[in-house]
Ligand binder design. Structure first.
Ligand code: CO8
Length: 257
């Protein structure tokens, strides 16, 4: 796929997307969104792809929405044009997506990372929601996903002051799943995604649905949802194969059915 703002590659069963606007620290403009939607849609349509890694450069995952693109817009432009609405599709990806974050993940960049299923951070990563310093507030989920990830105290601190969190604080606070040395970031994310892609696809997709449901519902409903998904996996060939392989002390051969 030829892109102006992304580099898109496949690594075995993993799709790798690199944000690539170095002159603007990967600021998210309408071309990035259009190309990301295209890349996601192509990876979702490709049965050979089991997981996706989204990354940026060493200096920046993404320094936010493109301020130069946003500055002249007025209320009618953003409201009638449903500005930001298109990003919901990125958050609704069915296949697992890992954000591999090095350097700045600010504003829309932090929000894009939080739309992914989990974040692996380089030790150089810096997260922040600096929109308040521009006279606005987070618009791509920062006030909601950050609060769910790190709790009210830290979310308020970051959203009201615009201060950045380094990788260690982000890990301590539950925003990122692990920290790795910057030069190992993409390899670690690709290896993690390859592991996920090697597993039975129906169970992976249902596991993702089940964890996401925990953020949306009561414990009782969530447990019921999980139980139904668990039961339904006994209708798959992969459940028979996975358990047989364990008993026979061999590697399972999953057919994703
Ligand atoms: N938008 C446009 N251009 C940017 C952005 C941005 N968000 N961030 C950096 N750039 C550009 C700079 O203008 C500069 O370009 P030029 O050389 O032409 O002047 C180039 O990238 C390099 O940046 P700096 O010279 O500033 O680099 P530094 O290393 O000195 O500083 C920082 C790095 C601290 C990251 C600094 O660039 C910065 O503060 N950037 C802005 C961060 C920010 O405020 N982000 C929030 C934006 S608002 C937002 O994200 C709203 C989200 C909801 C809507 C989502 C819709 C997509």
């Amino acid at each position: 796929m030829a892109c102006e703002t992304l580099i898109v590659e496949t690594h075995g069963a993993v799709g790798l997307i690199r944000l690539n606007r170095p002159q603007a620290l990967n600021a998210l403009n309408s071309t990035v969104l259009a190309e990301l939607r295209q890349a996601y849609s192509a990876f979702h349509a490709d049965d050979a792809i089991g997981a996706i890694v989204l990354t940026g450069s060493e200096k920046a995952f993404a320094a936010g929405a493109d301020i130069k693109e946003m500055q002249p817009l007025d209320f009618a432009d953003v409201y009638m044009g449903d500005f930001i609405g298109g990003w919901d599709e990125i958050a609704r990806a069915r296949k697992p997506v890992i954000a591999a974050v090095s350097g700045f993940a600010l504003g829309g960049g932090c929000e894009l990372a939080m739309m992914c299923d989990f974040i692996i951070a380089a030790d150089t990563a810096k997260f922040g929601q600096p929109e308040i310093t521009l006279g606005v507030i987070p618009g791509m989920g920062g006030s909601q996903r950050l609060t769910r990830a790190v709790g009210k105290a830290k979310a308020m601190d970051m959203v009201l002051t615009g201060r950045m969190m380094d990788a260690a604080e982000a890990e301590r606070s539950g925003l990122v799943s692990r920290i790795v040395p910057a030069d190992k970031l993409v390899d670690e994310a690709l290896a993690t995604a390859a592991k996920i892609a090697s597993l039975s696809r129906p169970s992976v997709l249902m596991a993702k649905e089940a964890v996401n449901r925990a953020l949306e519902t009561t414990l009782e409903e969530g447990l019921r949802f999980e139980r139904r998904l668990f039961h339904s996996l006994f209708a798959t060939e992969d459940q028979k194969e996975g358990m047989a392989a364990f008993i026979e002390k061999r590697k399972p051969v999953f057919k994703n059915r």
